[in-house]
Design a protein around this ligand. Sequence first.
Ligand SMILES: Nc1ncnc2c1ncn2[C@@H]1O[C@H](COP(=O)(O)OP(=O)(O)OP(=O)(O)O)[C@@H](O)[C@H]1O
Ligand SMILES: [Mg+2]
Length: 318
Amino acid sequence: MIISVTMNAAIDRTVAVPNFRQGHRHRSVESRTVPGGKGINVARTLGLLGRPVVATGLAGGSNGGWILRRLREETLLTDFIRISDESRINLAVVDPTTGEQTEINERGPGVSVDELDQLLKRLDYLAAGARLCVLAGSLPPGVDMDFYATLIGIMRTHRIPTLLDSEGEPMSAGMRAGPTMVTPNKLEAEELVGHEFDTGEDLYSALTELTDMGPSQAAITLPQGCVALVGEGSEQRMLEVTIEPLEPISTVGSGDAFAAGYMAALYDGMSQEMCLSYGVACGAEATQHLGAGRLDRRRAESLLDSVTVRRVEAPTGV
Ligand SMILES: Nc1ncnc2c1ncn2[C@@H]1O[C@H](COP(=O)(O)OP(=O)(O)OP(=O)(O)O)[C@@H](O)[C@H]1O
Ligand SMILES: [Mg+2]
């Protein structure tokens, strides 16, 4: 079983508004509403990839009830803690004439100490029967910045490898607790290490800077694949994993599909080379679908043939 934790679950509502202009009244031509939050997206992809997954975290109020009902309709196994304040609603306005997307994301519910405590106990219980754990997405306001660090600590007591994918302080505080893998995109990696990457060499140096912050391994995702520092001790190696970029239908959630693919292959006991390749193939296939976390397993697996893995020497001075 793979545990996927969503601390800040959401109702993701996307409306299509042709010729969208700020300050004007519009009529939407189409809309869709789905459960979201990065952990939920990862769980959805893992389910589509046929791996056993349980989605857990916090689901608040009637919005949380709606999220859980919809996840069950998707036949995802869920074990969320119900909290009293409302889970957030995220609104995305897509203009089909320009392809531009405007997002308005709520911050999320207030969470009581007792509710967080219930979640910690639930995770400790789930961990007893799990093999891997994904922690992805933002934390609701008021939750301690080092909450992911606490969760990583719980997983460590059960010897469960963790993949952390968040942003800002919850991500850097979580990294200090030593997750097994982190998967920021390029922009997030630049923010984490505190400088921009101008050259390919900067990208490789950044991998070492990321692992120096705590995680055992790191991958930085790019539209053409990823670069990664994997393995431990004498087995440590730097890899470049590439795929010919596809014309995307939507890149929203491709990073979540990457994380799911990586974990799916890790669950099967594959090499890091294979885990990263499977992640890249899943990320690429997910760009061919509108909904976050959606992909076609067979097409993702056929894309594996066009993924190349190259070993790179660590830049000097690193
Ligand atoms: N245009 C593309 N063609 C092929 N593959 C892509 C493309 N864009 C992204 N990918 C794949 O998806 C993976 C993740 O991409 P990206 O760096 O965009 O994630 P992200 O910004 O974290 O996305 P999100 O957080 O919205 O889920 C990459 O490793 C890559 O394999
Ligand atoms: Mg991402």
